[in-house]
Design a protein around this ligand. Structure first.
Ligand SMILES: [Zn+2]
Length: 330
């Protein structure tokens, strides 16, 4: 009947269209596999990518006691009971980073699972002994290291006094002296800063053991031992006692806001040309042991200053790798 065929035809037409569409969709998904399906063992080797192998490293069987509670103590419960394969992969990951030290593997492991430090920070802080106990694990600082002498909360110098202290001329500082080489470099740097229209002024150079004792005790009395240790050095642990560092101010700012000044920006760009580095950089407290001090500069000589700056290192790292560690700067 004409009316019935008329009704059936649209249904058939849509049915055929739908079937064709489904076939297209199925084919388009299927075809890449069928067309690239390997036909023999040789071709299979070329088309199936090899599994990406995660780096691993040997896990030392002996654990190392991290020494108890202090600023950088691992706070995530250690790694007891963690399977060997996981620890091995953790060390494998760290071993891909610069300066990974196999001899310190057991100490890196103390930071397994840390949420506080990144892999890179773990390597950097253990390499610079910042996992040890502050002050009580300190070793003597070596004056024989000259202008690269390292003094921090792990390297103390007792009542050391440099033998070539040279007075800073009036106009460069309100008082005091520096070691000869650092003094000459400071004068050249201050002259250049002045010529560039960003004069700097030294308001604290060499400080003796006795002077530091007075300053530190005053801070402890005013605040607390814990707080004083974050911004002031204990006598025998102050870098100012080396005669190699300066606290700097600029005309228009308080010294604590030195990083707001043009003089600071000039120092950022040029201090290394005179052998000086910003010693306690922003975000580096876990290595240097001190909060960010934009005013505190340390003389290390032109070569070390340029390297430290261009590689974004701390003096601690430069010292461990290239002074004590015997590596040659690349
Ligand atoms: Zn200082």
């Amino acid at each position: 009947m004409p009316s019935q065929t008329h009704l059936k035809r649209p249904w058939l037409r849509y049915g055929v269209l739908a079937a064709a569409l489904i076939a297209c969709v199925v084919f388009s998904f299927w075809s890449p596999f069928t067309s690239s399906a390997p036909s023999g063992p040789d071709e299979a080797d070329q088309t199936v990518p090899a599994a990406v192998k995660e780096p691993t490293a040997p896990v030392p069987s002996k654990r190392v006691d991290s020494g108890g509670a202090h600023a950088n103590a691992p706070s995530d419960g250690g790694y007891a009971g963690v399977p060997y394969a996981k620890l091995s992969r953790f060390l494998g990951r760290l071993s891909q980073l610069p300066h990974y030290d196999e001899d310190r593997a057991a100490r890196y492991l103390n930071y397994y699972g840390s949420t506080r430090y990144t892999d890179e920070q773990i390597v950097r802080l253990v390499n610079t002994d910042n996992d040890l106990v502050l002050f009580s694990d300190a070793v003597p600082a070596y004056a024989d290291d000259g202008v690269l002498m390292l003094v921090n909360k792990y390297h103390e110098m007792a009542d050391y006094e440099p033998d070539d202290l040279t007075d800073l001329p009036a106009g460069y500082a309100s008082w005091g002296a520096l070691r000869k080489e650092a003094c000459e470099a400071y004068i050249a740097m201050a002259d250049a800063a002045e010529a560039a229209g960003c004069p700097i002024f030294c308001n604290s150079p060499y400080r003796s053991y006795k002077m530091q004792q007075g300053i530190y005790n005053d801070y402890v009395n005013r605040h607390s031992l814990e707080l004083a240790d974050t911004y002031s050095a204990r006598p025998g642990f102050s870098e100012h006692q080396t005669g190699l560092c300066v606290d700097i101010t600029a005309d228009d700012v308080e010294y604590t806001e030195f990083d707001q000044s043009d003089a600071f920006r000039w120092m950022q760009a040029h201090a290394h040309e005179y052998g000086y580095i910003l010693r306690y950089g922003e975000g580096m407290e876990y290595i240097t042991g001190y909060i960010y001090e934009p005013w505190h500069y340390r003389y290390v000589g032109v070569q070390a200053a340029a390297y430290i700056r261009s590689h974004d290192l701390t003096l601690e790292e430069y010292y461990y790798y290239f002074v004590a560690g015997g590596e040659t700067p690349a």
